[in-house]
Design a protein around this ligand. Structure first.
Ligand SMILES: Nc1ncnc2c1ncn2[C@@H]1O[C@H](COP(=O)(O)OP(=O)(O)OP(=O)(O)O)[C@@H](O)[C@H]1O
Ligand SMILES: [Mg+2]
Length: 505
């Protein structure tokens, strides 16, 4: 069972208490790092019942039923600033009644922080446990245990002493119900951690400590003055994080951007004693490189979009040029050829129009179809009423499938409006364009209710340019097949493989 599941099943806790516990375990990486210790969170359950079983009334500290309580670990956190003592997963395990369990029980019963030594199997010497009762409103809801070994722990220097002092203050806040804060803002992955840089402020907002990484992060923002002993005014000019923390008594997470290139993420946490802010901890992280990479990705996306946009514009220019040229020409086969060429270029341009909007390797073909239908509608010159019905959706297609397919469909629709009603005086024509998507293949059918192909028509031997283009694109570019037939009108069927390895070059 995961830690979150265990907490959810603790029926003795109110919803708000559960949220408190979850948010403690959501932000305790900082506590583990500051204390250079492993942290384990224990909650009491009545012996003999599985964690989360029904517990009418719930266990109360100091209550008569205390003897039957066992303390079960619902969460565990390892420090990133020191080595861990636990190679195993403790979640779901009960505290050892001959070891840390005694101290946990004492902290639970007294509501006070309890420190003591207890035997630990992996160590010859006992390890040290600091048991911190977790208060929520008027009750203790869990016990947070900090475990470390004075023998294997980190050597103590100035930085270690400062971090442990901050931890002690935060531990007192946990015991007083003042930590974690209820901001409703979840810490995001880019949130600075202790290893990224720490600044400590006293109650007068003076800097009493700045870790080497924090100094680097400030340099990144052009703040090079002596920091310890002064205020953070240069930083506060950009952000009012510190003043907001001191007045609002809630933590603030913010990113500060300083020209030319520095971006620093700041997490400012108030240290509270008896409802008064007595200082603050700032975690700082230089996120310049992260943000630069984000921007690069963004600009790459924009560049691709821009390229498609230009391709589309260029195709439009070409089609206008062809139109201009066809107008200069007298009516005849030359002019017809230019008009057709212009239409074909436009059929390709519609694909780039979609790609310019959302650049990706996949094109939602359904967004292209209406443009193709409109293009064919434009080609209707006489009084015939043409209705083009679309059914099915081709789905997302690779750009190198979408472009030829767009040209193919434009050609087939054009043929229907051009040839299907030749020599008949029916006033209307119905064209059906249907898609049956794969994988492994996409089937496309264009069917009309006109006169049908001429007798003996063979798609392999047609001299018409339109169907020749269609045939060649379907076979050589898309690796598919084409068949034509008459069935109360002309029917053209295409089968196009969509599995990537089947499509020819
Ligand atoms: N939907 C259809 N109904 C009836 N006949 C068709 C249909 N589609 C094509 N044809 C016949 O097939 C012939 C070949 O078509 P194709 O598209 O290859 O050439 P075209 O349309 O005549 O010329 P182009 O497409 O180059 O303008 C057409 O001339 C026409 O006789
Ligand atoms: Mg044609």
């Amino acid at each position: 069972m995961t830690s979150a599941e265990l907490v959810r099943r603790l029926e003795q806790l109110s919803e708000a208490a559960r949220v408190h516990l979850e948010s403690l375990m959501g932000s305790w990486g900082m506590l583990a790092d500051l204390s250079f210790s492993d942290l384990v969170c224990y909650v009491p359950v009545v012996a003999g019942r599985p964690a989360g079983g029904p517990q009418p009334g719930g266990p109360q500290p100091g209550g008569a039923g205390d003897q039957q309580l066992v303390f079960v670990a619902v969460g565990q956190m390892r420090p990133t600033t020191s080595q861990t003592l636990f190679a195993v997963d403790l979640v779901g395990q009960a505290a050892d009644e001959a070891g840390e369990g005694v101290l946990v029980r004492e902290a639970w019963g007294s509501g006070q922080i309890v420190v003591g030594d207890c035997p630990y199997s992996g160590e010859t010497a006992p390890v040290r446990c600091q048991c911190i009762p977790v208060r929520f409103e008027d009750s203790i809801i869990a016990v947070l245990v900090r475990v470390w070994s004075p023998r294997t722990g980190r050597r103590t220097g100035g930085l270690e002493r400062v971090y442990r002092r901050i931890f002690e203050r935060l531990a007192s806040m946990v015991a007083a119900g003042l930590f974690p804060f209820h901001t409703g803002v979840a810490a995001v992955t880019d949130t600075p951690r202790v290893g990224d840089g720490v600044i400590v402020l006293d109650e007068n907002r003076r800097v009493t400590f700045a870790s080497p990484n924090a100094v680097n992060a400030l340099h990144r923002m052009g703040i090079v003055s002596q920091i310890v002993g002064s205020g953070l005014e240069p930083l506060e000019a950009e952000t009012h994080a510190v003043s907001r923390v001191f007045t609002g008594r809630l933590p603030v997470i913010e990113e500060i951007e300083r020209r030319p290139e520095g971006v620093v993420a700041v997490h400012c946490i108030p240290l509270v004693e008896a409802d008064v802010v007595v200082g603050a901890v700032l975690l700082l992280r230089d996120v310049t490189d992260l943000r630069r990479r984000d921007r690069l990705l963004l600009s790459k996306d924009a560049a691709i979009r821009e390229v498609h946009h230009r391709v589309k514009n260029n195709l439009q220019t070409i089609s206008s040029l062809l139109r201009l040229q066809s107008r200069r020409m007298g009516a005849g086969p030359g002019q017809d050829a230019l008009v057709e060429a212009e239409r074909r270029v436009r059929a390709i341009a519609v694909v780039h129009e979609v790609l310019a909007r959302e650049p990706s390797a996949q094109v939602p073909f359904g967004e292209i179809v209406p443009s193709l239908v409109a293009l064919a509608g434009d080609a209707v010159v006489d009084a015939t009423k043409v209705a083009i019905r679309v059914s099915g959706d081709a789905g997302d297609l690779n750009a190198d499938v979408a472009t030829p397919l767009s040209l193919i469909i434009a050609e087939l629709l054009q043929n229907a409006v051009e040839h299907a009603h030749v020599g008949v005086d029916s006033a209307s024509l119905l064209v059906d364009l249907s898609f049956r998507p794969g994988p492994p293949k996409l089937e496309v059918e264009v069917r009309d209710d006109g006169i049908g192909f001429p007798p003996g028509f063979d798609v392999d031997r047609t001299s018409g340019l339109g169907l020749s283009i269609v045939r060649d694109l379907v076979r050589s570019q898309l690796g598919g097949s084409i068949s034509v037939a008459n069935d109360d009108g002309a029917v053209v069927r295409l089968v196009i493989p969509t599995a990537p390895d089947q499509a020819a070059g």
